[in-house]
Design a protein around this ligand. Structure first.
Ligand SMILES: [Ca+2]
Length: 335
């Protein structure tokens, strides 16, 4: 795609969905360099070798040839959804025979991520799925989609690439044009993300504050699920419902958030009674009820499931639809 034999400097480059048909093997499927190249905020994904041969793919994504000098800063180099069919041992993504500097980048999802027969400097925080150019990490990569004007591989909530880049090498923007750094993990400290994409400090995200609010099942209106995120990693879930005898029930619990899923050990309050002239209800007692699980799909939809050992509940599952948002806390109505 790009062959550089002179001087190349580029920022915000996205190369994706390439199908290669090369009779004598691949040498730099997206970028070949034998000159001087400096690349920042680079996304390379979905490279498909449609005609594998015994010559293999040395640098299915990037080849830095002998004599080449290359600096790759904040790159996301991932295979994506398509899969090549090369025999094991014949494919590597980043192949260096010159001088290669890899800074705050990740390479993931190839037979071999990186191979170097030249000088290779790993600078800052790098990750690779096979530990050939940085330790493995849980990257939580989302599917390729356009953000800004370029196709990006966004990082999902909980990604180890969020806020973990070495700050001295942090560019002013990311591949989408978003200013860096941002506080993507919501710990109050803005830090640069590894790779080409910077997760924004966006409460509109349904995996963040956007999950707060009231949900119901539009097909069976009359029972309600309330979600309140209490910390970065926990949420309160309250289900106002009925049991199998038609008695009103109020089930609740606090549990960990993993991605967009909350699982809580739930309780039910029983035995309370409002006494005339006294004030608050008296005599109530919390009893273990079972488990509730909520998975939020987007700002408007989710799935709720439960499993109870308490009499007259058993287990079940239903869809959730957004009923109400929380003002100024995100999810303004767009799916
Ligand atoms: Ca960040």
């Amino acid at each position: 795609m790009i062959s550089n034999l002179g001087e190349l400097t580029a920022n915000r480059l996205s190369i994706h969905d390439i199908s290669l048909y090369v009779a004598r093997g691949v040498s730099g499927g997206a970028i070949y360099n034998s000159g001087h190249a400096s690349l920042t905020n680079l996304t390379i994904t979905d490279i498909y070798l449609s005609h594998p041969t015994s010559f293999g793919a040395n640098g299915l994504a990037v080849k830095n040839a002998p004599g080449g000098s290359m600096s790759i800063r904040h790159a996301s180099i991932v295979r994506g959804s398509t899969q090549g069919v090369l025999p094991t041992g014949l494919e590597n993504a980043v192949n260096n025979e010159g001088h290669l500097q890899l800074v705050n980048s990740f390479v993931s999802g190839f037979q071999v991520d990186c191979i170097s027969h030249g000088e290779s400097d790993l600078v800052g925080t790098n990750f690779s799925s096979d530990a050939t150019c940085g330790p493995p990490a849980s990257l939580v990569l989302e599917t390729l989609r356009e953000v800004g004007t370029l196709a990006q591989i966004p990082l999902g909530a909980g990604s180890q690439a969020i806020d973990t880049a070495a700050q001295p090498y942090c560019p002013d923007t990311d591949s989408a044009g978003t200013s860096r750094p941002q506080d993507g993990n919501h710990d109050g400290i803005a830090s640069c993300d590894v790779g080409a994409f910077e997760v924004t400090t966006d409460s509109n995200d349904f995996r963040m504050a956007g999950m707060n609010g009231l949900f119901f099942d539009a097909a069976t209106d009359g029972h309600y699920v309330t979600i309140e995120r209490t910390t970065a990693n926990k949420a309160l879930v309250i289900w106002n419902t009925f049991d199998e005898r038609g008695q009103q029930a109020w089930v609740y619990g606090v549990g960990p958030i993993v991605g967009a899923t909350i699982v809580v050990d739930a309780y039910i309050n029983v035995g309370g009674k409002l006494l005339q002239g006294i004030g608050p209800p008296l005599g109530q007692e919390a009893q273990a009820w079972g488990k509730m699980k909520v998975t939020i799909s987007n700002c408007m939809k989710g799935v709720f499931s439960y499993e109870s050992s308490f009499p007259n509940f058993h287990s079940g599952q239903f869809d959730l639809d957004r009923l109400a948002f929380v003002h100024a806390l995100g999810c303004s109505g767009e799916p």
